[in-house]
Design a protein around this ligand. Structure first.
Ligand code: ADP
Ligand code: MG
Length: 454
């Protein structure tokens, strides 16, 4: 028995339900648990059309639908395909009309000069920072002079860091500067499916015309997924050679450098390294704040600075999550008619299952050390040199140094204006004591754990 469901041409209501239930189950495995809970679970299946090739999904509100469309469409499509072995056109509906959410079945065929690019993924909506400067500069250079330098351009980095955004931005910029250019943008998944259906229908000529002859700039997102798929790699290899040989620009993204992608053929790996390989790193605090503020401005959301700082402080690894939190916050503030406040943001993050960490400050550490070692803050900050005071004082200096980014002079200052060399000596002394006295080491480690996890 095959594990997938086969659809009759006219699905009954039960099968419609089965289809969506099974798709949900597949999605549960392919997206993270909190993403599933907040974005996928609230979707319901409104209808599957007569011949079973179009599905209408109902979403709670317009912004939810927009978010799904921009972030989860390919996951939903892949799950539907996995369950039904069919290609579905996906439409979204809400209680409000949402014309812009309708996905055309075959956008690339409908208008070959209009690649399937997300409107807001442009260079001017991409917030620069030291984390992405290299990639962004290279992307802009490629967009200005496609095929002239850095071919291929290969962008890699972790999830939700802006690779797809930059790829679309290149597409938009090329189309604006050279309207007659033919830009082909696909995920590697679509590339694979196009290839499969070309083989199945014996229309490799059309596949080659589309990707090779009628393409000036080829953008493939998440190229790592062609690894291990021999025929796709083979076809990609020849396509690459043909485009590269005629100075057509190729831009690819991936979650890692070509050399470490398992199952990628050596000859493909080597070609991917012919041009320029750039990484996109997670943004630092200031860039995270800037991204939030820019996004709030674009969405017309009134985001107080302290809330922006709070979110940027709590959500550190992934810009998509950062945006998701802001979007939720905007939505709940609108729904409940309440302004966006720190309290609302804290509540939201708790709902999202995030661990809201209290930021450790030198003062909070000092006061915990005093509690744990029965010392007084006044004494620790003061001049006394008795062992009962010096050891806790040095421990406090040590933990502050470990757990915050306070500088040595700043720590000295906190302890009654001591010199930074005194702080260095304290750190050394505590290292020695920790090595020599397991009891003390244990007490310190317990305190440290408590500070970190409270
Ligand atoms: P990736 O492809 O690296 O997984 P995406 O390009 O899909 O990530 O980015 C995830 C989301 O974060 C998108 O909505 C994107 O617009 C946004 N984003 C990421 N980096 C930035 C940035 N530097 N400025 C503005 N938005 C960003
Ligand atoms: Mg991406």
């Amino acid at each position: 028995m095959p594990s997938t469901l086969h659809f009759p041409l006219t699905p009954s209501r039960d099968l419609t339900l089965d289809l969506w239930d099974n798709t949900l189950a597949a999605l549960r495995n392919s997206v993270g648990p909190s993403e599933f809970k907040h974005w996928i679970k609230p979707i319901s299946c409104a209808e599957v059309d007569e011949c079973g090739s179009r599905i209408v999904l109902e979403v709670p509100d317009a912004s939810h639908g927009k978010w799904l469309k921009e972030n989860y469409l390919s996951a939903i499509r892949a799950a539907l395909r996995e369950i039904s072995e069919r290609e579905f056109a996906i439409d979204f509906k809400t209680s409000e009309p949402l014309p812009e959410l309708v996905t055309p079945t075959t956008p690339r065929q409908a208008n070959p000069n209009q690649p399937n690019l997300v409107a807001r993924y442009r260079f001017d909506t991409f917030v620069g920072g030291p984390n992405s400067q290299f990639a962004r500069t290279a992307a802009q250079a490629v967009a200005d002079r496609p095929g002239a330098q850095y071919n291929p351009l290969f962008l890699y980095g972790g999830v939700g860091l802006g690779k797809t955004h930059l790829l679309h931005a290149i597409g938009h910029a090329v189309m604006e500067q050279r309207p007659s250019s033919r830009v082909v943008y696909v995920s590697s998944e679509t590339f694979l499916n196009d290839l499969i259906s070309a083989i199945r229908n014996d229309r490799m000529d059309l596949f080659r015309t589309h990707y090779r002859d009628q393409c000036d700039v080829l953008l493939i997102d998440d190229i790592q997924f062609i690894a291990g798929k021999d025929r796709t790699q083979e076809e990609f290899f020849h396509l690459f050679n043909a485009l590269h040989g005629s100075h057509k620009q190729i831009v690819l993204t991936s979650d890692q450098v070509p050399a470490t992608i398992p199952g990628l053929e050596e000859r493909v790996k080597s070609r991917l390294g012919w041009g320029l390989i750039c990484d996109v790193k997670p943004p630092g605090f200031e860039t995270r704040v800037a991204i939030l503020e820019r996004k709030a401005e674009l969405d017309g959301v009134n985001l107080p600075t302290e809330v922006a700082h709070f979110l940027a402080d709590q959500i550190t690894r992934n810009v998509r999550e950062l945006e998701g939190a802001l979007m939720r916050l905007g939505a709940s503030s609108r729904i409940f008619g309440k302004p966006i406040t720190l309290a609302l943001a804290e509540e939201l993050l708790c709902d999202l299952g995030a661990r809201v960490t209290r930021r450790l400050t030198p003062d909070s550490i000092l006061s915990s050390v005093c509690d744990a070692f029965h010392a007084s803050e006044r004494e620790l900050r003061g001049p006394r040199r008795h062992r009962h005071v010096t050891v806790p004082r040095q421990i406090a200096m040590y933990l502050i140094r470990e757990l915050t980014d306070a500088s040595l002079p700043a720590i000295g200052e906190l302890f009654g204006g001591r010199d930074h060399t005194t702080v260095i000596n304290a750190l050394k002394r505590i290292e020695q004591l920790r090595a020599a006295d397991p009891g003390l080491r244990h007490r310190m480690d317990t305190l440290r754990k408590r500070l970190e996890h409270d």
